[in-house]
Every structure is written in C-alpha cells, then in structure tokens.
Design a protein around this ligand. Structure first.
Ligand code: HPA
Ligand code: ZN
Length: 337
C-alpha cells in the first residue's frame, strides 16, 4: 500500500481547526445570497485568487471579512456539518474545533447563534457520520482582556457543552500574559486551556503560554525550536503541539515545506500532531497536510502512525475513549503492515 493510501485509511483526530476557517467559497456565496449580504467578490475563483498571503495578518483580514456571511444558527450548523463531512472523508474520527465568538458578538449576533448552531452541527455529525467532537472557545488576542472576560461571562450558560478556551488572532504584540486572569478563571471553572504560541511570536511567548496560562495543549509552537531548553521542556512534559504544515506554508512561517520543523520536533521527542488550521483558506484538509508534508520531508509510515496516535492521546477525550481510538490506529497499522 502506498503511503498516501495508508494516510487516507488511518483513523485520526483533528485538534487545530478554526470552524470559521473551514468556510469554503461556495458556501460563502450561498450564505451571502441566503442572507442578502454583499461580498467583495464576483466569483468563487476570485475568492480563491485572493487567498495569497504573506503573513498571519494578511490572512486574518480576509478571514474576518469572510465570516460576515454567517448570520443565523442554521448558517453555523451548515458550516459545521460541511466541515465534518469533509473531515469524515479523511477518516477523522474525532475533532476539537475552535470558534471565535467575538467575531460574531462584535457584529451584534447573540453568543448563542454561533454556539447553538455549531453544537447542533456537531450533534448531527455524530449521528450521521459517527464523528465525535468537542468545542473550544477562542479569545481574540488583538482585543483586550476585559473583552475576553465579557466573552467568558456570556458563555456561562453553554459551559457544560464547551470543553475549553483558546487564544488566537494576531500574535506579535499580544503575548499570552495579556490574558493571565481570564485563563486563570477558565482553569478554576474546569475548562481546558490551549493557546496559539510560537507561530509568529518568539519562544518567550511559548514560555508564557506554559507558565502563565498553564496550557494543556499548544497550538503551532514552531518557534519553540529556537530554544533548546524549551524543546527539552516540551518533550519532558509530553506537551502536545498541534502543528499545521500547509498553514505554515501559506502564511510564510516556513519558506518551503522541505524546511518544516516537524522531523526535528519528532527527533527531539516532541508530541506532534498534524492539523489543517483553516483548510478553506490554506488549500488542504488534514490528509493533505499529512501527504504533502510526507512528500516534502520524507516521513516514514511509523512517524505518520505516531502522529495519528498522538492526535488521540493529546485530545480531551477520556482515558477509555482514547484507548479505544488508539486501538483503531494500531489495528490499521497492523492490517497494513
Ligand atoms: N493563527 C492565529 N489566529 C488564527 C489562525 C492562526 O493560524 N487561524 C484562525 N485564527
Ligand atoms: Zn490556528
């Protein structure tokens, strides 16, 4: 069996996926029409042509503009279900998805429009596709901590259905320590904590995410590789990194996939997972990330299997579910040997 076919059949979890970043241009047009919202493009091709970014902020400007078409609970339900159908085709068995409530509440939508729509899409995905999922609320780091606290307060009635909090948007100039209090509060409420760190920001931001925000999992983490003490710490703590190769390529975090740090991360004992981040914008879903990275750096079947195992191990599933999913990975590896 080719490595591509092996990757396709490998059961996996996706742990770094912004649901707003799974909005494909076709659905963007459909929602624009349905909601009578105008968008500054005349065709799906024109939208795709605009996805040429030189850094994170270039992308974020267009990503927040795209989210404008999302207006109703049904829109969020449709968005989520479209993602899960695509993910199921990649044999994603479990996904922990981010949403950015402030992107929607700041446009006047009540918190529940996004949250209830996504939760109903997640439930439909479990029934229709057997894909399980958890929801993570991300704070926008370019806004202040008071706004993040307001968001956590607004989320209160939904917290039994929200697994954790995250931190995303423009990294440089917005260090994790800016969100010290809201993450502390989230921890006291029993929520898991994750944060984007070291995508464009320096290793110092990764240290802060670990020490100040007390994260359970790290999103990206690429620039950790500049700091040998940090590498050791991540490996010793078995901190899961949700790495996103095609995102890194599109946002110029790496110049070429051949230069991607994943092989070195694996060599140094870091707990790496592969994810798609914003697949509608970055040109590939999770299996494309596995395949294109494997092609560029020459991953072995064992390395690919390890990262799929890591994806369940690093998830927020309970121990019994993790063990059951990991057994499915091992069964696929044994069958394909
Ligand atoms: N980084 C920061 N913020 C984001 C990203 C990302 O890769 N995707 C969506 N919001
Ligand atoms: Zn991300």
């Amino acid at each position: 069996m080719s490595l591509d076919a092996y990757i396709a059949g490998l059961p996996k979890a996706e742990l770094h996926l912004h649901i707003e970043g799974s909005l494909e241009p076709e659905l963007m047009f459909e929602l624009a029409r349905r909601n009578k919202v105008s968008i500054p493009f005349d065709s799906v091709e024109a939208v795709r042509a605009a996805y040429d970014f030189s850094n994170l902020q270039d992308f974020l400007d267009i990503y927040y503009a795209g989210a404008e078409v999302l207006r109703t609970e049904q829109d969020f339900h449709d968005l989520a279900l479209a993602y899960f159908r695509r993910a199921a085709a990649d044999n994603v068995r479990h996904a922990e998805i981010f949403f950015d409530p402030q992107t929607h509440t700041d446009r006047g939508l009540p918190f529940g429009v996004a949250a209830d729509g996504l939760l109903s899409g997640m439930k439909a995905a479990e029934t229709e596709l057997g894909v399980t999922s958890k929801l993570i609320l991300c704070f926008l780091r370019h806004l202040d901590e008071a706004a993040a606290i307001d968001t956590l307060n607004a989320a209160e009635p939904w917290l039994d259905r929200i697994a954790g909090v995250g931190l995303d948007s423009s990294e440089v100039g917005h260090p994790p320590s800016k969100f010290r209090h809201v993450f502390e509060r989230a921890g006291h409420m029993g929520l898991k904590r994750v944060a984007h760190a070291g995508e464009e920001g320096p290793p110092a931001y990764v240290w802060e995410a670990l020490d100040v925000l007390q994260i359970d999992r790290m999103d990206h983490g690429n620039r950790s590789m500049e700091d040998p003490r940090l590498i050791e710490r991540l490996a010793d703590e078995r901190m899961t990194l949700t790495v996103c190769p095609l995102s890194n390529l599109k946002l110029c975090v790496v110049r070429d996939l051949k230069d991607h740090p994943v092989p070195e991360m694996l060599r140094r004992g870091i707990h790496v997972t592969l994810n798609s981040d914003d697949p509608a914008y970055f040109g590939g879903y999770v299996n494309d990330n596995y395949r294109r990275l494997a092609d560029a750096v020459g991953l072995s079947r064992e390395q690919v299997t390890l990262m799929a195992r890591n994806s369940f191990e690093g998830s927020f599933l309970d121990a019994a579910d993790k063990a059951a999913r990991i057994a499915e990975v091992e069964a696929w590896a044994a069958r394909s040997a």
